[in-house]
Design a protein around this ligand. Structure first.
Ligand code: ADP
Ligand code: MG
Ligand code: ZN
Length: 478
């Protein structure tokens, strides 16, 4: 039997504010444990939360940049549960009146475009962090760090419309790109500012009803999200094929083993005993404020992609890669403004530059080669000073030494040989050394021509202009 997989993602995103959502404590990451705390975020009795306007503003941007409708009158709710990292015994979240509903994100996998619906986007406060044993005096004890309690989050919930691990990964990539462009979040997964839970179920192809889902947590990279989904789908199919049924539960992903395992069975939503938060007034958002926020949104990745295709006449694929982040897009636009060869620039950024940066784990802003220098290298290819092959060698050296292209070419004598008489000399030398092959060529074995070109290129240490070599060799041999 063939199965179809059904995936819905819940993404928690930390909003880029200076202070927490209901108090003035700092959100700075990496402070000594419990330094960023006060009675409000420690959940002391009798304290009153006050909503951070900037957090709301950023949450509105998250809604508007993902095509959600803003709920004009929305409010916070208490989600009741006990956990050591949740000092109040409840989390302030939103429930029946979330900030945004009914959005979507466009994705594209293997050339197929698809719209993925967003059920809702709601604001909530983060919980603290438990530290078990590690690096502490007593390895048998657990500790709790409340620096993160009250950090502002939005939860972005997708419709169950994703149909493969690859689609899920692409959805996350697009979502992250939007949040990054609109400066809503720094989306740093290592610091926990973007976290994803994957809901997965399978159903026999053609069946209308969804199967029972599991929810996998602890997915700290997009690659792991994809792998965990693929693992989970295989596991569920095996369970069903054995005639057993799927248990609705929360699972964890172990990235070193590449498996998911059961963590706890899933509480039903009503167990949280949600009720409207009595310490906070409902939030009323005027049309004017929505419009103003809309006007503040920058050009988003999709719009930029379209503009790149139109104005630089580059393929859709290139435009996609070049707009993955604002920084890459800016680097590209800067380069293209310095030198009007948008496709050549695109090739070098996508190929050489991004590859080197990826190997070093660096972002493009930290690139040792700035647009000005990249462009001056490309000019050397265009005016024939460097062959494409030599240019790659120069590029590597530029990347490591932060010298300019011209400096490297001059110092190493790497310039392409375009002087006909110099090449003619090489041609003659090679013809004299390979009389046998010349004979074969004249007797009709044309393949030998390529061999001779190779010999000449080798003699020139790869520096002879290949077009000229071909032409001069042909003249001589015929
Ligand atoms: P909960 O907090 O109980 O997990 P949410 O509404 O926050 O509920 O999130 C549910 C997520 O699960 C959504 O992303 C939704 O698309 C997805 N989902 C719901 N039903 C299924 C299903 N049968 N298979 C896969 N995903 C599902
Ligand atoms: Mg959930
Ligand atoms: Zn505080």
């Amino acid at each position: 039997m063939n199965y179809e997989m059904v995936i819905g993602l819940e993404v928690h995103v930390q909003l880029k504010t200076q202070s927490k959502i209901f108090c003035s404590c700092s959100t700075t990451f990496g402070k000594p444990a419990n330094e960023n705390t006060c009675p409000v975020c420690l959940g002391m009795p009798g304290v009153l939360p006050v909503l951070n306007k900037e957090a709301l503003q950023l949450a509105m941007k998250a809604c508007l940049s993902t095509n959600c409708r803003i709920t004009p009158m929305n409010r916070f709710a208490r989600k009741n549960y006990f956990y050591p990292d949740l000092p109040k015994g409840y989390q302030i979240s939103q429930f029946e009146l979330p900030l945004g509903v009914g959005g979507y994100i466009n994705i594209q996998t293997n050339g197929v475009k698809k719209k993925i619906g967003l059920t809702r986007i709601h604001m909530e406060e983060d919980a603290g962090k438990l530290i078990h044993g590690e690096n502490l005096d007593s390895p048998d004890k657990s500790y709790v760090d409340f620096n993160r309690t009250g950090v502002p989050l939005v939860e972005i919930v997708s419709e169950p419309e994703l149909r493969s691990g690859e689609e899920a990964r692409e959805y996350l990539t697009q979502l992250k790109s939007i949040l990054d462009y609109a400066e809503i979040s720094d989306c740093n997964m290592e610091e926990g500012s973007l976290r994803c839970d994957a809901n997965v179920s399978v159903r026999p192809e053609g069946q209308k009803e969804f199967g029972t889902r599991t929810e996998t947590k602890n997915l700290n990279s997009f690659r792991f999200v994809q792998r965990a989904i693929e693992y989970e789908v295989d596991r569920q199919i095996k369970v069903l094929e054995q005639g057993d049924s799927i248990i609705q539960e929360t699972r964890l992903y172990d990235s070193s083993k590449g498996v998911t395992f059961a963590m706890r069975s899933k509480e039903e939503a009503h167990d949280y005993r949600y009720f409207p938060e009595p310490d906070l007034v409902p939030i009323e958002i005027s049309d004017k404020w929505i419009e103003e926020t809309m006007d503040q949104l920058p050009e988003l990745p999709e719009q930029k992609r379209e503009r790149f295709i139109q104005s630089y006449k580059i393929p859709e694929y290139d435009a996609g890669v070049l707009t993955t982040s604002r920084e890459i897009a800016d680097y590209y636009e800067k380069s293209a403004s310095l030198h009007p060869n948008p496709k050549l620039i695109s090739n070098w950024i996508m190929g050489e530059l991004l590859r080197e940066l990826k190997n070093d784990g660096q972002k493009i802003n930290a690139s040792p080669i700035k647009p000005e220098r990249l462009v001056s290298l490309l000019k050397l290819i265009e005016d024939g000073t460097l062959s494409a092959k030599m240019a790659k060698i120069v590029f590597e050296e530029m990347y490591r030494s932060s010298k300019s292209a011209i400096e490297i070419v001059t110092k190493k004598g790497l310039a392409q040989i375009t002087d006909s008489s110099a090449i003619e000399n090489l041609v003659d030398e090679v013809l004299q050394l390979n009389t046998g092959q010349v004979e074969q060529y004249r007797n009709g074995k044309e393949k030998v021509f390529g061999f001779l070109v190779g010999q000449i290129m080798k003699k020139s240490k790869g520096q002879a202009d290949p077009t000229l070599v071909n032409k001069l060799l042909k003249d001589r041999i015929n």
